[in-house]
Design a protein around this ligand. Structure first.
Ligand SMILES: [Zn+2]
Length: 455
């Protein structure tokens, strides 16, 4: 379901829509495979947003010879730089760690002990980016143009419409990217389209319905107040993009409404801090409520008691504070980063709460904890799990089943064909079935490397 990438060919032009990294353990090997077509034969890349499963293989594409432009919004470009540098850095660390271990154990692993790409490769891809504004058609040559529209998923995220004309005829293709949600804090709503000949729609949450935002506030208030009463800490593993800002937004709201006490809140994630600064650079991309706050010179992401920790020394100090604090740290699935140290200090304390605001993939430490493991291994040691464990779904940046249907319901005539993509196989086929029942449209679920001729 990760590793989003579509290759579009027309009149000898090759356009790649997204170039994502595979993140599931059983699909990671695909990241090392040669691209299905040589990189230098691709003319242009259209990038929907800065999540790794959409942009994560761009440094590899450029290193292997791609010399065209990567079109995306300016905010996506800014965030992609942070995300790709972090990914490259982790891959370098990983390769070095593996090399040392294999040397010690005198054996060879299944993958080469070199990083998939380096921080230099990531940097070399940046000059290829070419930011474009929303709703400004960009000519790609030979009767093709692409237009980016607000997707409401993460800052700068887009849905992309490609218009192809030739021989007096015209077709439009609509790539959903990741579809965001309506009436969520911070971002604007997703764009709805009235027509398209071919539609590709993601299906991440095509089989479920999310909690309401009202519940999110209620649950968060209860968790913070009850943890405070017990004298523990609230530890929140969070993704740097969107999730961290949304948590800050809710904490700010609950604090100013006196629904939670004034606690110290640590944003212990340099990456989340950098991404938050980018949010403040693009007020145009934020919703009305955010702009109202900014007009009153009140940053939605700052409040009394919020401490930003940049260095590891500052991070370590958090563990010596007595009384309840809220700690937001990455990585979001506890696979690395500072969150591991905070788990070491809190997971065996009955009075603390570990709050997961997002999906935890199979095979991650986060997934083990939410699945109810009695003990877990962190940084080479085993710890009993005694803290309260809570998982909340209300923070999702993805449309749920009915929101995806709402997005598609804007179409005034059936598309010639609808492709359901970017979801776990069972979820994608469930969602395709659900849509067929609701709409009667021509719908299919393509498989990896399928080719389709569009008339
Ligand atoms: Zn995404």
């Amino acid at each position: 379901m990760t590793g989003s990438a579509y290759l579009l060919e027309f009149n000898g032009l090759r356009i790649l829509v997204d170039c994502g990294l595979y993140q599931e353990r059983e699909l990671i090997a695909r990241n090392w495979d040669p691209f299905p077509v040589p990189s230098h034969t691709i003319d242009t890349v259209l990038l929907s947003h800065a999540h790794l499963d959409h942009c994560g293989l761009l440094p590899k594409l450029v290193r292997e010879g791609f010399a065209g432009k990567i079109y995306c919004t300016a905010a996506t470009y800014d965030i992609s730089q942070i995300i790709l540098m972090d990914a490259a850095h982790l891959q370098e660390q990983d390769a070095e760690f593996k090399r040392k271990r294999h040397e010690r154990e005198d054996r060879k692993g299944p993958y080469p002990e070199v990083p998939l790409y380096t921080t230099d490769d990531a940097k070399a891809s940046f000059p290829r980016f070419s930011p474009v504004g929303y709703e400004q058609p960009t000519p790609l040559g030979d009767g093709i143009e692409a237009t980016f529209y607000e997707a409401g998923h993460v800052l700068g995220s887009s849905m992309i419409k490609v218009r192809i004309s030739g021989n007096g005829d015209e077709r439009t293709l609509l790539f959903s990217g990741d579809v965001g949600r309506w009436d969520t804090p911070i971002l604007r709503d997703p764009t709805v389209f009235e027509e398209a000949d071919y539609v590709l729609v993601e299906s991440t949450y095509g089989d479920r319905l999310h909690e309401e935002a009202k519940n999110t506030e209620k649950i968060l208030t209860e968790i913070i107040n009850s943890t405070r009463k017990r004298g523990g800490n609230i530890v929140i593993p969070s993704f740097a993009l969107e999730r961290a800002q949304e948590i800050l937004y809710y904490l700010n709201k609950l604090l100013s409404g006196d629904r939670i006490p004034h606690l110290m809140v640590f944003l212990d994630s340099p990456m989340a801090t950098s991404v938050t600064e980018i949010f403040e650079r693009y007020p145009d991309l934020l919703d009305e409520e955010m702009n109202e706050l900014l007009r009153q010179r009140r940053s939605p992401f700052e409040f009394p008691g919020l401490k930003i920790t940049r260095t590891t020394d500052e991070s370590k100090v958090i563990n010596h504070i007595s009384g309840t604090v809220v700690i937001i740290a990455g990585s979001g699935m506890c696979t690395g980063g500072r969150i591991k140290h905070h788990l070491v200090n809190n997971i065996s304390r009955r009075e603390s709460t570990i709050l997961f605001p997002g999906y935890q993939a199979v095979g991650t430490l986060g997934r083990q904890i939410v699945d109810g493991a009695r003990e877990v291994r962190i940084l080479g040691q085993t710890y009993p799990v005694s803290a309260r464990i809570v998982q909340m779904n209300g923070f999702s940046a993805h449309a749920d089943r009915d929101e995806l249907l709402r997005w598609l319901s804007g179409l005034r005539r059936p598309p010639l064909h609808l492709f359901v993509t970017h979801g776990e196989p069972d979820v994608a086929s469930y969602f395709a079935h659900f849509l067929r029942e609701k709409t009667g449209w021509e719908i299919s679920v393509p498989k990896y490397k399928d080719e389709v001729i569009l008339d």
